[in-house]
Design a protein around this ligand. Structure first.
Ligand code: NAP
Length: 284
């Protein structure tokens, strides 16, 4: 494969559920040619649902047992998006069909580049990505880590492709679990915050729908304010926390309940669970 830019690559998404679907939508929204994309799902039901959402070819592996192997033909980048326990089998399934030099990108938590490389032909470049679902609205955060045979040009090609879905940064692979605990799982933390803010609003007597809209739009608006270069969340928080005011009274309750400690323990739990899954899948 000798593609000079990301625009002349075909991209194959294998296992196109929440995460790969989010990247796919972000990519298309940025103007990527849908004719250069192919996607697979397991079931015909999921394939149909995806076909109704995006104008790309979608094939179900339960309908065509060769769907994944066919999809990687003439693909310069192949993005694996099945659950962690299915990644190694999927890599083995496509190994002989991959173009020489095609970059295999895995978005799976807990599956190391070494575990994927072991299923592929020697020298096939592998990139481990840790994206998050805001990729579908162009506000994703993705880290990428290089496998053993993956050079700077491969990393640049993947970074250029993923930049259409938001912010991309390169990290050593031993930091991926920490990245996953902050930004991979992070959207769920923000959604959880919106959920419990709405519940608190209801407890104060607000109508359920109003409380939900107030909480969701507030988290979304605050998120938009955070999306600036060099932004410091602490500075933004202090700017809306007048001494002796109502917000300060609320923040004091968080501090008294050790919110920082709770978040640290939550992130630690996410990271440890990733290590545990790696071991369950036979990785080191
Ligand atoms: N969700 C997140 O926020 C997030 C963040 C970072 C990383 N990740 C990683 O992303 C990966 C996928 O997670 P997800 O939440 O997107 O899961 P998901 O929504 O269940 O998506 C998995 C997809 O894979 C398809 N699939 C399963 N086996 C297949 C096969 N043999 N061939 C082709 N397609 C197959 C499924 O099809 P069916 O629907 O037909 O079964 C489904 O479309 C995981 O490894 C996870 O660690 C997720």
């Amino acid at each position: 494969m000798n593609s000079s830019s990301t625009t002349d690559l075909k991209v194959a998404f294998l296992g196109t559920g929440s995460m790969n679907g989010a990247i796919l939508r972000g990519l298309l929204a940025s103007g990527f040619d849908p004719d250069r994309v192919i996607a697979t799902c397991r079931s015909e039901e999921s394939a149909n649902a995806l076909r109704n959402q995006v104008p790309v070819t979608v094939v179900a592996s339960e309908t065509d047992g060769q769907a994944n192997a066919k999809a990687v033909k003439r693909a310069g980048v192949v993005v694996l998006g099945v659950k962690p326990k299915g990644i190694q089998a999927l890599a083995a399934e496509i190994s002989q069909a991959l173009e020489k030099g095609a970059i295999v990108v895995s978005v799976a938590a807990a599956v190391t580049t070494g575990m994927i490389e072991a299923q592929l032909r020697a020298g096939q470049p592998v990139v481990r990505a840790m994206p998050n679902t805001p990729s579908q609205v162009g506000m994703g955060v993705t880290s990428i880590s290089a496998g053993r045979g993956t050079g700077p040009a491969d990393m640049k090609r993947v970074a250029d492709l993923l930049k259409s879905t938001g912010f991309v940064t390169q990290v050593p692979e031993d930091q991926v679990n920490a990245v996953a605990a902050v930004s991979g799982s992070g959207p769920a933390y923000a959604f959880y915050l919106a959920e419990i803010m709405a519940a608190a609003g209801q407890q104060l007597g607000l109508d359920a729908d109003l409380a939900r809209v107030l909480a969701a739009k507030t988290v979304a608006g605050a998120g938009r304010m955070l999306d600036a270069p060099e932004v410091d969340p602490g500075v933004l928080r202090k700017a809306v926390t007048s001494p002796n005011g109502t917000t300060e009274a609320a923040i004091r309750v968080f501090d008294d309940a050790d919110m920082r400690g709770i978040m640290a323990r939550a992130a630690q739990a996410a990271s440890e669970r990733a290590e545990e899954i790696t071991r369950e899948l036979g990785g080191a």
